[in-house]
Design a protein around this ligand. Structure first.
Ligand SMILES: *Cc1c(COP(=O)(O)O)cnc(C)c1O
Length: 297
């Protein structure tokens, strides 16, 4: 087993809005799992790492964009567990804070044009045909490993919550969470907030990964224009939330999820005495991509 104990406490958010509406809101601090192997990215990587170690493959190879939290997490994981790492990066060469961290953690970066990036198996096969220490991890860590890792979150809970909120990009984390929660806390409802526009395929993707009959709530209207798009209203919300709680949110994922939760509470979506749990999926290096936008507020 991996020597990496999970530290992700549940804290209550005591804010005037929640008192006024008589709901209790908690946050599960997956952002505290690790500063760089953060949130859902550790949960998605854990079983990949275990398999790689079992197969004596000491070179993690994966894929992502220039702001990918998954790349930062993979780079840091490799460094921490004595492995090496390579990433195929989508698009032309660009320096970002996320890639800066990847490089510090020793990751080898290969910038790849968007056309060839589509065929990840082929990229991997071409580059590493003579390297049988290389272990393939799909973009974002997707796969059955991610589903199992994310489902484990539910077994760390010690209370029942009426609603459990989580942001979705690809929906892999959401699918795992729904699986775990439906097994351990069948009375709880999971509420998914997709962060991209036209997220119907995300809903289908989630539904396709949970092989049993489970219902979940889906709130597709909090994308703020699309993936990694934001608005002054969203950034203002994040600023106020951070100042009131000491907890940071990023505009790409957790900011949108938390904005949705606040908005639904404001609109009396939940009866008084409801208990809500928000999953902080981490990924705070993403905030650094928005420094300029925040400075205009
Ligand atoms: C990657 C990421 C997500 C989305 O995870 P999916 O499994 O792709 O849905 C959510 N929150 C944060 C902070 C992330 O970095």
């Amino acid at each position: 087993m991996l020597n990496f104990p999970i530290h992700s406490p549940v804290e209550e958010l005591t804010l005037p809005l929640f008192r006024e509406k008589a709901v209790r809101v908690f946050i599960k601090r997956d952002d505290m799992i690790h500063p760089f192997i953060s949130g859902n990215k550790w949960r998605k990587l854990k079983y990949h790492l275990q398999t790689a170690l079992q197969q004596k493959k000491h070179h993690l190879v994966t894929f992502g964009g220039v702001w990918s939290n998954h790349l930062v997490a993979t780079a840091c994981t490799a460094a921490k567990f004595g492995l090496t790492s390579t990433a195929f990066i989508r698009g032309e060469e660009l320096q970002t804070d996320a890639l800066f961290f990847c490089k510090l953690f020793g990751m080898n970066l290969i910038f790849t044009d968007r056309e060839s990036y589509r065929d990840k198996k082929k990229l991997f096969a071409n580059e590493f045909e003579n390297d049988n220490s290389a272990y393939f991890i799909d973009e974002g860590g997707a796969g059955i490993e991610a589903l199992l890792g994310c489902a484990e979150l539910a077994s760390e809970l010690t209370e029942t919550y009426d609603h459990i909120f989580c942001a979705a990009g690809t929906g892999a984390t959401a699918a795992g969470l729904i699986k775990g929660v439906s097994e351990k806390y069948p009375e709880s409802r999971v509420s998914i907030v997709p962060v991209l526009k036209g997220a119907d395929f995300v809903r289908r993707e989630i539904a396709s990964q949970i092989t049993f009959e489970t219902d979940f709530d889906f709130y597709p209207d909090y994308h703020f224009g699309g993936y990694a798009k934001s608005s002054p209203q969203l950034l203002q919300f994040i600023k106020e939330f951070s100042a009131q709680t000491g907890i940071l949110l990023d505009p790409v994922y957790t900011g949108k999820m938390m904005f949705a939760l606040f908005d639904l509470v404001k609109k009396d979506q939940f009866p008084s005495k409801s208990t809500l749990l928000a999953i902080h999926t981490g990924g705070l290096t993403g905030l650094l991509g928005f420094k300029d936008k925040f400075s205009n507020l």
